[in-house]
Design a protein around this ligand. Sequence first.
Ligand SMILES: N[C@@H](CCC(=O)N[C@@H](CS)C(=O)NCC(=O)O)C(=O)O
Length: 236
Amino acid sequence: MTKPVTLFELAAADPEVRFSPHCWKVRYALAHKQVDAERVPWRFTDKDAISFSGQGLVPVLVHGDDVLTDSWRIANFLETQYPDHPALFGDAAQPLAEFINAWADGALLPRIARIILVNIHDNLADKDKPYFRQSREKRFGAPLEEVASNRPELLKDLGAALAPLRGVLKSRPFLAGEEPRYADYSVLGMFIWARCVSEIELLQPDDPVHHWRDRLLDIFGGLGRKAPSIVARATA
Ligand SMILES: N[C@@H](CCC(=O)N[C@@H](CS)C(=O)NCC(=O)O)C(=O)O
């Protein structure tokens, strides 16, 4: 019997705009595993709604009686729970996917955050704005507008940080090889995050990373490309 699955996802003022990179990793992991989930919008300040998980961050996945937090742990849980569904990690690649996930979180997330912080703020529900401003200004040590002020420099820095990914994608279509797996989704989450809340284009059109992102936006019936966003884009 299939178990009921619920995913709590970070939402902007528009509840359809679900922009968290970590939640997107889980959306892709669920799609890859062919597991349906009820998706519940959650706001930064709705801490009570997920207090049952023992912490205050999303994604939170409720799977039958199990409550899971942290996208990496959720991916591992899904892989174990659904061994007969398409493999998220494949062969012995799980430790490598863990590294990629850590690289995306450590090297890409803070760089992209600096670029889109103000856009995120402006698209939050009003009740979330003071919390976001205060917590992120503390984290980045400056007013949001100041953190994002030198955008050309920040984009250049992001471009340089993407060099390892760019190199790999010159010789294969996906990080995981011929087919996409969790390693790809953990990096893609960062780009969908930006796409949901900002018009800023992070990648040059001729960048192999741009083409890789396009391929991933189109899989699973255009899951990423069709993601509700504050920006009106062609989805075809
Ligand atoms: N390592 C966690 C990170 C989760 C995380 O930082 N989630 C953010 C949304 S992207 C959050 O819930 N933030 C709530 C807050 O800042 O209060 C994961 O991979 O799931």
